[in-house]
Every structure is written in structure tokens, then in C-alpha cells.
Design a protein around this ligand. Structure first.
Ligand code: HEC
Ligand code: HEC
Length: 293
């Protein structure tokens, strides 16, 4: 082959493509879709991003959460999930990350149930990859986790009924009118894991879905999760769609007063970013929860 011919091959668009560097950063997931899911629904920052006076400290995004979660069997903190190789998850494969996010599998142990993998189980393969792509797009932050850790693998997974396995992208689009998307949004945003009454420390989705009663203690005080079933007086059955949407996205109750944390903080930092379609689907789905006292 003479030199001129070699040059014309190398400079052709096909040859250029062949030499274009494709590193591990070029993950298949859609980063902007991942940003939407993380910011509006799954709220990973809530437990994995440090906070300053004005809310999340995004200069250290995903470097580890401020809260220590303690229960009978565990004492854990949201670890560094930034792409730092040494102290974060930069060295994890996509497969490792998928296992942590939807199956609660950690480095060489089962993650404590505070990591809400059960709620993330319905993620479609495309949405799960989008979340991973978004995680990898954030700057690596070097921040070792010092908190003492203790955990037990003795716990039963409790996904929401109908949301225990990955949804299929096609049926999610087709069946939106039938509430599948509403259930998807409710599971990813963990509405029912807070708003269902607990039995033995786990939400009783079978009998007490949406009935409320779980108690939250934080520096701001105590809040009890409300009954958001369609009961006309005990629940939100008599609320208008707009009143429900305002509570979800602005953290404002029906009578105009501010809701307490964690609802108000999640509403402002996350649920306010929900798309109109997802919010409509969610509200329609909440209306299908049978009334409970
Ligand atoms: C309600 C709090 C909470 C939310 C929300 C949350 N996590 Fe976690 N996550 C945790 C805790 C706590 C752990 C550590 C559990 C343990 O050590 O047993 C954890 C562990 C992990 C791990 C394993 C890291 C390691 O070093 O072992 C990954 C990966 C992870 N979370 C990703 C995510 C992603 C992605 C999201 C959002 C889609 C998310 N988490 C949402 C609390 C949370
Ligand atoms: C981390 C727990 C948590 C999550 C997640 C959560 N909530 Fe809440 N929610 C609460 C608590 C606690 C209250 C009560 C706040 C108060 O008393 O001021 C509340 C209040 C509400 C109210 C007001 C009800 C009333 O009677 O005033 C509505 C409506 C509501 N939540 C809907 C939702 C929906 C829908 C989602 C999912 C998008 C959701 N919540 C996610 C904890 C949570």
C-alpha cells in the first residue's frame, strides 16, 4: 500500500471513529435522565451528600451523608458514592453499582436496609443505567468515612407489592393511564416506605399501605407520617389534586401551614423537580389507595 492511500484511509471519518478514545466514562446511560431521577425522585443526596447551612453542599456531592442511622441491628452512614477511586465507588463496575442500588449488595456484605434498594427495585434497566451514568458524571471527592459501622444481614426485603422487580420500559409507557407509572414514581420516591404503618420495623404494605403513623425524630423535632389513603377525613380523600400536588412539591399542608421535615425538605429539594406527567401519575395512583383509619 502506498503512503498516499494509507493517509486517505487514516483521515477518513471511519478511521477517525475507529481511533476515537472510548473510555469507561462513556457509559451507555443517559446522564440527564439520571439527573432527573436522582434529583426529583430517588433523592440519593439525602443520605449521600454533606450539608451546609444552605442545604446540600454540592461541591462535595455524593461524598457521604451527615446522618448516622441506628437501629437494633445497625449503625451506618451513607458512604461516599462519588467516583473517587480510593474512598468512593470509582473502582466499582456498573454491575457492582447495579447490585448495590437494587439488591442492597455491598462490598463484601449486605447493606443495611436504610439503603432503600427495595424502593429502587422497579427501576427499568435504562433508568438504572441512567442513574449510574449520572453518579459517574459527578466529580470525584476524596473523603474517607470514619463512622463506626455495624450491620446484620438478618432482614427481609420489603419491596412494594407490584414493584418487586424491574419494570419494562414499554409497558411503563403503554400503561401509564392504568397507574403503573404512578406506582413507579411512588416506589422510587419512597412515599409508601414512610407513609405505611410499620410492623416489626418494616412497612406493612399488605394491610397498612398509606395509613401513616411512622415517627421521625430529627433536630427540628418530631413528625408523624400522615395518613395519605383516600379516607375522606383521616386521609387525603377530600383533598383536591392541586392541594395534594402542593403538599408533595412545596411541603405545604391543606390548611396552608408548612409541613415538617423530612417531608418539607424532600418536597423542596427533590419532589418540586418532578415532571408534570410524573406528578399527575403519582396523584392518580395515590387516589387508588383504599381508605384506612
Ligand atoms: C435513606 C438514605 C439513603 C438513600 C436515599 C440512598 N442511600 Fe445509598 N446507602 C445508604 C446507606 C446508609 C448506605 C450504607 C449501608 C451500609 O453500610 O450497610 C448506602 C450504601 C450505598 C452504596 C454502597 C456503597 C458502599 O461503599 O458500600 C451505594 C452504591 C449506594 N448507597 C448508592 C445509592 C444511590 C445511587 C442512591 C439513589 C438512587 C442511594 N444510594 C440512596 C443510604 C441511602
Ligand atoms: C422520609 C419520609 C417521607 C417520605 C419519603 C415522604 N413523606 Fe410525605 N410526609 C412525611 C411526614 C413525616 C409527614 C408529616 C409532616 C407534618 O406533620 O408536618 C408527611 C406529610 C405528607 C403529606 C401531607 C398530609 C397531611 O395530612 O398534611 C402528603 C400529602 C405527603 N406527605 C405525601 C407524600 C408523597 C406523595 C410522597 C412521595 C412522593 C411522600 N409523602 C414522601 C414523611 C415522608
Amino acid at each position: 500500500m502506498n503512503l498516499i492511500r494509507l493517509w486517505s484511509i487514516l483521515s477518513s471519518p471511519v478511521a477517525l471513529l475507529a481511533f476515537w478514545p472510548i473510555g469507561p466514562v462513556a457509559c451507555a446511560g443517559d446522564v440527564e435522565r439520571g439527573r432527573y431521577l436522582v434529583e426529583a425522585l430517588t433523592a440519593c443526596d439525602n443520605c449521600h451528600t454533606p450539608r451546609g447551612a444552605a442545604g446540600y453542599d454540592f461541591s462535595k456531592r455524593f461524598a457521604g451523608g451527615p446522618q448516622t442511622f441506628a437501629d437494633k441491628t445497625y449503625v451506618v452512614r451513607g458512604p461516599n458514592i462519588s467516583s473517587d477511586v480510593e474512598t468512593g465507588v470509582g473502582a466499582w463496575t456498573d454491575e457492582d453499582l447495579r447490585a448495590a442500588i437494587v439488591d442492597g449488595v455491598g462490598r463484601n456484605y449486605r447493606l443495611a436496609p436504610v439503603m432503600p434498594s427495595d424502593s429502587y427495585k422497579p427501576l427499568t434497566p435504562r433508568d438504572l443505567d441512567a442513574i449510574i451514568a449520572f453518579l459517574r458524571s459527578a466529580a470525584p471527592v476524596h473523603a474517607p468515612l470514619q463512622a463506626p459501622q455495624q450491620r446484620s444481614s438478618e432482614w427481609t426485603p420489603r419491596p412494594m407489592p407490584g414493584a418487586a422487580a424491574a419494570f419494562d420500559e414499554g409497558s411503563l409507557a403503554e400503561n401509564s393511564a392504568r397507574g403503573l407509572r404512578g406506582l413507579y414514581v411512588a416506589s422510587l420516591a419512597r412515599c409508601m416506605s414512610c407513609h405505611s404503618e410499620e410492623i416489626d420495623g418494616a412497612p406493612d404494605y399488605q394491610n397498612r399501605l398509606g395509613a401513616g403513623g411512622k415517627v421521625f425524630r430529627n433536630p427540628a423535632g418530631v413528625a408523624v407520617a400522615s395518613n395519605i389513603t383516600s379516607h375522606p377525613t383521616k386521609g387525603v380523600g377530600a383533598w383536591s389534586d392541586d392541594e395534594l400536588k402542593r403538599a408533595i412539591t412545596d411541603g405545604v399542608s391543606r390548611d396552608g401551614t408548612s409541613l415538617k421535615p423530612p417531608m418539607s425538605t424532600l418536597a423542596k429539594a427533590h419532589f418540586s423537580k418532578m415532571s408534570a406527567d410524573d406528578l399527575d401519575a403519582l396523584v392518580a395512583w395515590i387516589r387508588t389507595i383504599p381508605p384506612k383509619e
